[in-house]
Design a protein around this ligand. Structure first.
Ligand code: GLP
Length: 256
């Protein structure tokens, strides 16, 4: 894991944007795994400003709420179109987001997995993290080998996301999410976290034991993970000084 600690979310986002851009430029017909939430919003703005060529890229989103339509303002479909896709030249047919209205959810999830495999697999998976360490919507105790499937949200996650829905009672109970096993198959992962409410989840994910009680800790098993943090989200890391030292002494030939 490469842990990059920057003074602010803006600075950490700039580094993350350079990484995403380098993947897009190196592999214009590559496959990106995308995330939602407030954390990647600034990153999407940066990517839009970079005016990259998205025309041959394929994208797969991590998750979606069950029972709301793609047009619902709080659906992750709406989020992605509003904050990224409508501003870049991505081909609509290459955009994949779980279907929250799928009649046969297990069948849909199996097809989603098959489609990821058929495109050659995800080159770079972008991730945020929940306050309890969840990635995608893989809540605590999700199998570390899990695949795309339906999950029930925890009361904490519904409470965390209530701000978007204007009330906890409006937050759906179920979601479709890529599994932790699906995420671990991406060739590279980029985890972003900002703010002090993520500090404990980050410390446990990076320096704690690998445990389904912190689903992001499964990333310790992945060979290529970059974690971009601001000071606040890095505050509980014991080896902060070491991560800064490593980044400051990164060999010139190692690009982001
Ligand atoms: C949701 C999403 C996750 C995201 C998390 C944190 O649960 N499914 O992908 O990482 O929220 O969101 P935020 O970035 O708003 O803190």
């Amino acid at each position: 894991m490469e842990i990059i600690i920057q003074p602010t979310p803006e600075a950490a986002t700039k580094i993350a944007a350079r990484l995403v851009a380098s993947v897009i430029q190196t592999k214009p017909a590559g496959v990106l795994g995308l995330a939602t939430g407030s954390t990647p919003l600034r990153l999407y703005r940066e990517l839009v400003e970079m005016k990259l060529d998205w025309s041959k890229l394929t994208t797969f989103n991590l998750d979606e709420y069950v029972g709301i339509s793609p047009q619902h303002p709080q659906s992750y479909h709406s989020f992605m179109w509003e904050n990224l896709f409508q501003h870049v030249n991505v081909a609509t047919k290459n955009v994949n987001i779980p279907d929250g209205l799928a009649k046969d959810i297990p069948g849909f999830c199996a097809r989603y997995e098959n489609k990821i495999a058929a495109t050659g697999g995800i080159d770079l998976q972008l991730l945020g993290i929940g306050t309890d360490g969840h990635i995608g919507f893989n809540e605590q105790t999700s199998s570390l080998a899990s695949r795309t499937r339906i999950k029930t949200l925890t009361p904490q996650t519904r409470q965390d996301n209530a701000r978007f829905f204007g009330g906890e009672e409006k937050v759906p109970h179920h979601v479709i999410t890529m599994g932790i096993g699906t995420i671990l198959e991406a060739r590279q992962c980029l985890l972003l976290a900002f703010g002090k409410n993520k500090a404990r989840a980050i410390a446990e994910a990076v320096e704690g034991p690998i445990t389904s009680m912190n689903p992001a800790s499964a990333l310790q098993q992945h060979p290529k993970v970059t974690v971009c943090l601001d000071e606040e989200s890095a505050a509980e890391l014991k080896l902060q000084d070491y991560y800064r030292y490593v980044y400051d002494h990164k060999p010139d030939w190692q690009t982001i």
